[in-house]
Ligand binder design. Structure first.
Ligand code: GLY
Length: 434
């Protein structure tokens, strides 16, 4: 999700004067800032058209709710997926962001409608992605509407997610049934689900006994343990990620590496790398622990400095697959993460991360990536890759690519508004488990 007030605090810590990028870096920022109104207006137009096409399809033949996930380019039809599909929160989340960007009440109404069909996900145990599903939708709703009416549902979801936690391993199981003995599969995507747990952990501390009501789980402890164990095993010394690790539940050792959605076990899958940069930046924001910040920087530096990173900053779908398809979703998620990360570091690093994110956003907003009219069913970004080794969703729009693109643009817009006295919005990083 998109907190920014905390980010502003780090800006103050690092010195107000450096809020402003060096003169040479200002031109791309000015260009992006100048384009924002048009990008948001066009995006809102696209999503209104998408909403209108998807609304009659909201229920499948069995009467089960579903949300728009993508566009089947070959068939020219919407790809509607069950609310239990891992991305069901992204379309409602994008509507929330567009409401935030434009203030258009119609978008709020549609965001609410698409969000509220996800309520059954709160008790869905078969997927670690309930964090994505519920926090991108209900989480944004509670933040933007400043309401607590969805809190019980979100707390319930956090408690459901923790049913996938293995105390001995200190990890949340990503894929598979909770009682699966043959394997224990973990992917870096899982870091994105920790934001919900971080929120639930801080909520539990506000009201005595609240945590107990939801299974007595220490949500923050679970999130930190998962982040720490993942940090230990899931990355190579150069900072590149594996996709799937299989843990032995007896010995607690990694017993297998699978390429998963990546090109091989030796290369870094681009979106997994972006999830990781985002996840550890979020963990630093939430806990204040510097080890997460340092790690996020290492992961970001791997991506930014990779010899196969294209000049426009939109990665190939795998860092080991130069010349193949780009993945715009890896680019948008990385841009959003870098904008936040840039606020927690000093001087040259801040300028470097911010400039890279701005470059990525300018590329994504260009006709090369940003769609015109209904060419991809009114989704925003072309050229996403879902699962190339599975021969699925190659060079296609993806709901989550759009979501992180809008999030990054909003983060950028808010960063540019920092010209006001930053001390008035300063808050220390929430240090609830320091
Ligand atoms: N979490 C699955 C993916 O990123 O494709």
């Amino acid at each position: 999700m998109r907190p920014i007030a905390i980010a502003l605090c780090a800006t103050v810590v690092n010195g107000l004067s450096s809020v402003f990028a060096a003169t040479s870096e200002r031109a791309p920022e000015d260009e992006l800032l100048g384009k924002l109104p048009e990008i948001f207006a066009k995006s809102a137009e696209h999503y209104k058209a998408l909403d209108s096409a998807a609304t009659p399809l909201m229920k499948d033949e069995q009467g089960e709710f579903r949300t728009p996930h993508g566009w089947r380019i070959g068939k020219g039809e919407l790809d509607m997926r069950s609310i239990y599909w891992w991305t069901s929160g992204h379309f409602p989340g994008s509507l929330w962001y567009l409401y935030e960007a434009t203030g258009d009440a119609f978008l709020k109404e549609r965001a609410t409608a698409w969000t509220e069909i996800l309520a059954p996900v709160a008790t869905y145990k078969d997927n670690h992605d309930v964090g994505f599903m519920m926090y991108c939708s209900y989480g944004n709703a509670r933040r933007i509407l400043k309401t607590d009416k969805y809190d019980a549902l979100l707390m319930q979801t956090a408690s459901t997610l923790c049913k996938r936690y293995h105390e001995g391993l200190g990890l949340i199981r990503s894929w598979g049934k909770t009682d699966e003995k043959a394997n224990f599969l973990v992917i870096p995507d899982n870091l994105m689900n920790l934001e919900l747990l971080e929120w639930a952990g801080s909520e539990s501390k506000k009201e005595k006994g609240k945590g107990k009501k939801y299974g007595g789980v220490d949500f923050g402890k679970v999130a930190m343990s998962h982040a720490d164990v993942t940090m230990k095993h899931h990355y190579r010394p150069d900072g590149g990620c594996y996709h799937v690790l299989d843990y032995d539940q007896e010995t607690k050792q990694v017993k297998g590496i699978q390429r998963g959605q990546g090109a091989s076990c030796e290369t870094a899958w681009s979106r997994g790398q972006s999830w990781s940069i985002y996840g550890y930046t979020m963990m630093y924001r939430s806990t204040g622990h510097v080890r997460y910040l340092d790690f996020a920087k290492k992961l970001a530096d791997f991506a930014i400095g990779h010899p196969n990173m294209p000049a426009d900053g939109i990665p190939y779908w795998d860092y080991g697959a130069p010349g193949e398809e780009r993945d715009s979703s890896a680019g948008s998620c990385m841009a959003s993460a870098l904008l936040e990360l840039s606020q927690y570091v000093g001087g040259a690093d801040r300028a470097r991360y911010r400039a890279f994110a701005v470059k990525q956003l300018l590329a994504l907003a260009s006709p090369e990536y940003f769609s015109e009219g209904g060419e991809i069913g009114h989704f925003l970004l072309k050229h996403g890759v879902g699962h190339k080794p599975g021969k699925s969703e190659i060079d296609t729009p993806l709901d989550y690519g759009d979501y992180y693109f809008l999030e990054a643009l909003l983060r950028f817009r808010e960063l540019k508004a920092v010209a006001r006295p930053a001390a008035t919005v300063c808050r220390a990083p929430a240090a609830h488990h320091l």
